[in-house]
Design a protein around this ligand. Structure first.
Ligand SMILES: Nc1ncnc2c1ncn2[C@@H]1O[C@H](COP(=O)(O)OP(=O)(O)OP(=O)(O)O)[C@@H](O)[C@H]1O
Ligand SMILES: [Mg+2]
Length: 327
């Protein structure tokens, strides 16, 4: 019982794909370069990182769905390559998307099918399936075909499937993608319940608030390598002493304002969020007084609609790390 729940050492995956008209050329992609981490039993460990960073590839190697090119990975002390069958008995996994479920079957029939695949005893499955459908909030749609489900409902069914054989270690790849806010909150509650039952969970997500709320420790992955690994609080402390100032701006004046801020110390990081309405400038700085001084002449509806200082969030740290200045 002294092994880690999950342990990887220098895990590496290179994909070789055939390209060219005659498929006579090959291209290699280093999806995972060198990933090492250990997860304690009962821990909730998060993998964060940009699209294409290698998170899903890592999870697929840990769940025996992909063979590593190099390095080792163990689940509960068992090697994922040498003891595949044994590992599979102890893990559950849920990936986002509709693959892995039978669209023409109902939710109940899908779970029944997978229960048989896992060789679960009938009376165990017959009790567990309704319980799981209830747990993921699908009890009232249990007899509808999966093809009639919304993406959030499909996602919930993936989780139920992952829990069928009551595995000790769970891998959840973006579990709340496409799930509405109330559903996501329920799902986070479910995840916490699973933790209180002693499960170990590895989760990937792009939602920083979710990672902050759930994860005991977080590894930030960039281009196939871990560039930071710590508790959410410790990660946030890395950039303590810095402040965040957010300015809601008129988008046609953005450059004028950025130019005004060029005199700030080089460690200042300015990000421009175009996804909000109005757009936002986010200034991470050790000189908050100076920023306010520089921007206050522009605090009128023609330039800046609103200016506020706020405390650091995990998202600020993530952006700082991914942009390279904290790695
Ligand atoms: N089957 C495959 N064949 C070739 N390349 C692949 C394959 N699967 C993944 N890759 C490549 O490996 C890299 C890592 O992909 P991966 O899916 O692990 O990223 P990710 O961190 O999960 O990203 P996202 O946040 O978008 O889910 C990418 O460059 C991707 O194109
Ligand atoms: Mg992924």
């Amino acid at each position: 019982m002294d092994s880690f729940a999950i342990e990887t050492k220098s895990l590496n995956k290179v994909f070789i794909t055939k390209t060219g008209f005659w498929k006579n050329k090959s291209k290699s992609t280093m999806a995972v370069e060198d990933i090492s981490f250990s997860v304690e039993r009962g821990e909730l460990f998060g993998l964060l990182g940009p699209n294409g960073a290698g998170k899903t590839t890592t999870v697929k190697m840990l769940t025996t769905l992909l063979l590593p090119t190099g390095g080792t990975a163990k689940i509960l002390g068992m090697d994922v390559v040498k003891q595949t069958a044994e590992v599979r008995k102890h893990i559950g996994f849920a990936f986002s998307g509709s693959r892995g479920l039978y669209n023409r079957l109902t939710a109940f029939q899908n779970l029944k099918y997978f229960a048989e695949l896992y060789s679960l005893k009938d009376d165990f499955a017959n009790k567990r399936i309704p319980m799981l459908l209830d747990l993921v909030g699908l009890a009232d749609r249990a007899d509808d075909r999966v093809e009639t489900y919304s993406s959030g409902m499909t996602q919930r069914l993936h989780l139920a499937r992952a829990l069928l054989h009551d595995p000790e270690v769970l891998f959840l790849d973006e579990p709340t993608v496409g799930i509405d806010p109330v559903g996501s909150r329920d799902l986070r509650k479910t995840i916490k319940n699973l933790l209180s039952l002693g499960k170990t969970i590895l989760l990937t997500t792009h939602y920083m608030a979710e990672a902050e709320e759930l994860c005991h420790r977080i590894a930030i992955v960039k281009k196939g390598n871990i560039v930071a690994l710590d508790t959410p609080d410790a990660l946030k402390r890395r950039i303590s002493g810095e402040s965040v100032i957010e300015a809601s701006i008129q988008s046609d004046q953005i450059q004028v304002l950025i130019d005004k801020l060029k005199v700030l110390d080089q460690r200042t990081v300015i990000t421009h969020d175009t996804t909000t309405e109005p757009e936002k400038l986010c200034i991470r700085t050790t000189e908050p007084g100076r920023v306010l001084e520089l921007l206050s002449p522009y605090l009128n509806p023609q330039y800046i609609l609103n200016l506020e200082a706020r405390s650091q969030t995990l998202e600020d740290v993530y952006i700082a790390i991914i942009q390279g200045d904290q790695a």
